[in-house]
Every structure is written in structure tokens, then in C-alpha cells.
Design a protein around this ligand. Sequence first.
Ligand code: GLN
Length: 493
Amino acid sequence: MNLEKLSIKEVHEKLIAGEISAVELCKFHLERAEKFNKTHNAFTTITNEFAVKQAEEADKRIKSGKNITILTGIPFSVKDVFSTKGIRTTAGSKALDNYIPVYTATVIQKLFDAGAVMIGKTNCDPFAFGASNENSGYGPVRNPWDRKRVPGGSSGGSAAVVAARVGYYSIGSDTGGSIRQPAAFCGVSGLKVTYGRNSRYGLFAMGSSLDTPGVLAKSMEDTAIVESIMSGNDEKDSTSSQRSTPDYFKELSKKVDFSKIKIGLPKEYFIEGLDKNIEKATIETAEFFRSLGAEIRKVSLPYTKYALAVYYIIVPSEISSNMARYDSLRFGMEKGEGYAERLLESRMEFFEPEVKRRIMLGTYTLSAGYYDAYYKKAMKVRTLVRKDFEKVFSEVDVVLTPVSPTLPFEIGEKADDPLAMYLADVFTVTANIAGIPGVSFPAAHIKDEEGKKHLPVGVQILGPQFSEELILKLAHSYQGKTDWHEKMPELDL
Ligand code: GLN
């Protein structure tokens, strides 16, 4: 019955009709997870027993007819940077190889409460620091379209798993592009919400003023379903928004009046070095919206050229502060005797090179004498980047841009050059700096340089704060008219 290809709504209907039980569905996906993991290293932990228990509970709920949600009994996965009570949570770092949290992140708890079934924790760059998954202490995840290539990062495991149709969606986090870029590299949909829309409680803090939990799924429809359930105010996160959450899924069925929509193409996102295929796919997507009646306008976001520099000062600064908690005393792997020695030795031994690099960078930018020159200056330019967007959104409703300047690159291609790797984030960090939402979705599939493998090309739509509804709808109207669901990597699972 090609269970893996179904949408969340379709599987939900099968579960309710009793055509399949949640336990059967769960075992089907656990088997796929095990197989996929052998070749693609996408999970840090597959939660076999836990999943079956949750599925049994879901079956009870379905049988009783009470307390059923659209996610009851539906398998999903979680990036390993979200705390899950009683389940090993590594954050993709060897430093937390043995860590078992005592509480569950709010966004994950909301899904559990809805009856969702977690089949595993996905591999990621350590503490979400990276753009290719190669920084992970557990080895790189492989791209399901081409095993030689990276799946993107840092939510690479989540994106790969969704593309492989192992479970129906995955929860990731986006601090500078970690949902949108891997979604683009693996040919799936990704939603980075407005800062504060989804609770950060239980998400390992990276850049606390930029971190956003979010959904990766096969389609915008599935994304909207999950987002509606996991978002909303949380008293445990003081930065979480008080606004009520719309039913995004329901909103998708309402037609967009394209004659009223203005889409901007910011010239700063069509720069030298941008892959020609990606440029073409972005323009063609704009043309598609024009054919529906939207107005396409060239716009300018002049401070974009400073955004990457601002990001790589603010984020390491926040990281250096957030990483102070990993002292190997309260949790984490232990090495050395006595406080000072233990702190030093455990970090030297277990932190991956990129983790050390960012702590050092951030300690430098926050240190006396440099704080004003770097951090304070970066915070001022951050305001300018935000204002850029405010101004543009007074002219157009949303902007359409590439997600990444390159196609998924080969494993090892950039691994030794941190600066080249940071450049991969040039089009994604702006949304986090400004706190605005963005969706990434596949717009084309092309042959690689050797003319062989098909690779996905992602584009993103960015909108003003709390415009999730609009950007989801726009992306959905694009997907609805394409054969995206036929375009998934072929795998023998
Ligand atoms: N690639 C970016 C970085 O390395 C973004 C990471 C993220 O969003 N978690 O910082």
C-alpha cells in the first residue's frame, strides 16, 4: 500500500478506519529506520521500545475513540538537540554521549500529548553548529539522493530521514538556516517560524536570540498540520509569543487571491558564485507565481552583505556563554580529577573541533576590550538588517530567494575550510537575525555536474514576523501544482 508515501492526513484516515494499527505502522517505520541508518547514518538513536509503547497507547486511544488528534499514531523523528526524558540525547556531540535528560522539550511534549510516535533521534552537527552534518561526533549523515554528498546541516539527519520517508516528519531547529538548508539539500519542505512562535524550552541553546524549533516534512500540508500542534505560548520560555496559533492546516484550504500578492526578488541574493541552476529555479518559481497573478518586483536589502559577519559574531558570542553549562560535573562525559582539570580535560577530549572553535571565537568577541568593537557593533548592524526587512515588507508581501548558493556538496569538500562552510549560510542567516519566518521547498530537480544523479534545488519564501500562514499558503500553492511527491529519492528500504 506504499504506506511511506502517504500524507499525514491519509495515514490518519487509515488508522481511524482500522486499516492498519499504530503498532503495525510504527514497526514498519522502525524497520525502515534501521535499514536507512545502516547506509546513511541518519540516527543517533532509534527508539524501538519507546516507539512501540507510544504506538500501543495510540491504538488504545483510537479504539476508545477519545482524545484522537490527526497526529495520533503517526511516526516521526526528532533532531537530537531536543531533550527527551529518559532517552539518550547527545546533541550530536561525544561530550553528551551518555546523557539522559530528566525532562522533555515543550514542542516535543506537545506532539507526545497529541499521540505522536517518536521512532528516533536524528544525527546532527554538534549542538547544531554546522551546515553539512560533517561536524557531528557520530560521523556525517549521507544525502539520500547521493551518498557521496552531504544532506546539509545542522538538521541533516532530520532532512535525510524525511526524504527517505522514514516516519512522516521530523522536528529540527534553525538558528541560521539549519532547517531550511538541509530541507533544500534533501528535497523536502522546511519551516522556520518567527522567533518566539515555538517554545525553545528543552532545545539545547545555541544562539538563544535566534534559535527556533520547526518542522521538516514532505509537504507544506504536513508541515502546517504539525506546526499547528507544536506551536504556541509556553510559560517555561519567557521569549515565547503570547499570540494564539492559527490552524495553519485549515488555512491552507482557503484560496490565495494572487492579484493582491506582491513578491520581491532581492538583488543581494543573486550574487556572483550563486549556482546557475539555483538561480534559474528561483526565477522560474517567481514566474510561476506571476502566472497565477502575483506581482513580481525587484527589491533591495542593502545590509544583507553584512549579515553573515554579524551572524558569526553574535552566534559564537551566545554560544560561548551557553556552552558554560557543559562542565562534565552536572552531566556529560567525564575526564580528569578536580574541578579545573575536569573542566579542561573533558572539553579537550570530547568537544568536536567546531565546538571548540566557536567557544574560542565567542569568548574573544565578548572579552573586555573587544566587546564594543565586535559584539556591540554586530548588535547595531543586526538592527539595520532587521530594518531592511521592515522596509521591504512595506513594499512587498514576501521575498523569494535561493536557500543556499550551492547544490549539496560532496562529503569532505569543505570540511577543512570553516570559512567556506560559513559562506554556505549566506542566504539563510538573515531570517534569524531579523526574527522573521521562512519556508524552504523543492523548486527543481537537476542532474549533477557529471550528468548523473538528480539533485533537488530548494527556494525559500521569507515573510514579515508572524506571517507563517501566508508563506505556508504560497508555498502550498506552488506544491499543489507540481509533481513534487513523485520526486523523492529512490531507495531500497
Ligand atoms: N549553518 C549555521 C551555523 O553553522 C546554522 C546552524 C543552525 O541553524 N543551527 O551556525
